[in-house]
Design a protein around this ligand. Sequence first.
Ligand SMILES: C[S@@+](CC[C@H](N)C(=O)[O-])C[C@H]1O[C@@H](n2cnc3c(N)ncnc32)[C@H](O)[C@@H]1O
Length: 258
Amino acid sequence: MSITFKKKPNYTVLADIYDRVMSDVDYETWADYIDEIILEHRPEAENLLELACGTGTIALSLEELDCYKITATDASEDMIRIAKKKASKVNSGIEFKTMNFLNLQLEKKFDVVYMVFDSINYLHNEEDILKLHKEIKKVLNPDGIFVYDFTTPRNSRKAIKFLNNEVKYVKNKFRYQRESSFDPVSKIHTNIFQIEQKNGEEGHTVEKYEEKHQQKIYSQSEIEALIKKTDFTILQAYDGFELKPAHQKSLRITMVLQ
Ligand SMILES: C[S@@+](CC[C@H](N)C(=O)[O-])C[C@H]1O[C@@H](n2cnc3c(N)ncnc32)[C@H](O)[C@@H]1O
């Protein structure tokens, strides 16, 4: 008997279990890395804008350093709902807003705009990537920096080995299965999350949902060629979580633009 999963938009049902799905990710180290980059390239920075902030873990971690005023945005209302819930538990001063990064509506300007965890890979075409850079220019102070990472084709080839068919249970309430695949021709990395939400003491399944996430995977030279078409210049392309230059074997590359 085939099971029907209700199709849901990205980061709606997943939002409630996102932090559990990402429980292996060391966000504190990631936040420290963003702080290191800021200290290296814009040490006097005060006002930060995070794009695609998800459930707010990086922003909350950076806030603990007591050096920054942070605004954090994401297109998903559900991810922002979780971020706000986490923020209220720690009396955070971060301003969380639901916002598409291709249409930024912000009064303030920022010293640093950053975006982590290959969120740029959700943009599938040149037009959108150029539009994103234009939007950032609107909200960045003249000597501000724009920091973002992307994953490389090499990473996708490796990642499907451990992400495909991953099954996890979340507090006996949710069970999800992730199917991960990479098409080396179209360079599309697909993650399908099938989420079963359980109810009651016996954990009877009540709802089944599916989110299909598709990310376009770019090489360093492709991203650099796109940046050349913007008003930004590249200060650095870093490898992984290091302050060392990216190279052919880099799995994740962090761009620092001015
Ligand atoms: C892989 S998650 C990363 C979330 C968070 N940065 C983290 O590290 O956990 C990608 C995020 O990008 C957001 N996103 C995708 N497209 C977006 C857009 N056009 N505008 C704003 N956020 C977007 C999604 O809602 C999701 O929260």
